[in-house]
Design a protein around this ligand. Sequence first.
Ligand code: ADP
Ligand code: MG
Length: 142
Amino acid sequence: MIIETNNAKETFELGVQIGQKAKVGDVYTLIGDLGVGKTVFTQGMAKGLEIDEPISSPTFTIVQVYDGGRLPFYHFDVYRIGDVEEMEEIGYEDYIYGQGVSLIEWSNLIEEILPKKRQEISIEKDLEKGYDYRKITIMERE
Ligand code: ADP
Ligand code: MG
């Protein structure tokens, strides 16, 4: 599925819709260059999960846990990960195969440990279509 957005609000609203539909155990991976809108999308998803807490980028921790919503939300940012072993050290399986919804930014860096069943989301710019244009691709993998 491909969705095109032309401003940050539309990307946020797409995140809201996905957050509203998300079920226990769902894993979403999120890739895209810096400044493309990953945080905007993630904030929308949190709203869709009825989380009131502000979503920050987990810069120094690999995973940030939000417990206040409809379901626990596990927000991973693995941008600074050196080795997949760091995922083992934080006990990532308890999150990803647990009772909440996981979103993993920069998931391409930990490809080998991603669950087979996941929703892959990528956000891309296309400057020919305008500075605020984004192409968002959502692909279900089994
Ligand atoms: P990332 O987390 O991917 O580094 P951010 O979400 O922090 O990126 O920033 C995205 C920036 O791009 C924001 O300043 C946002 O307002 C802007 N923006 C412009 N158009 C869009 C769009 N269509 N979707 C998402 N963000 C957009
Ligand atoms: Mg970000």
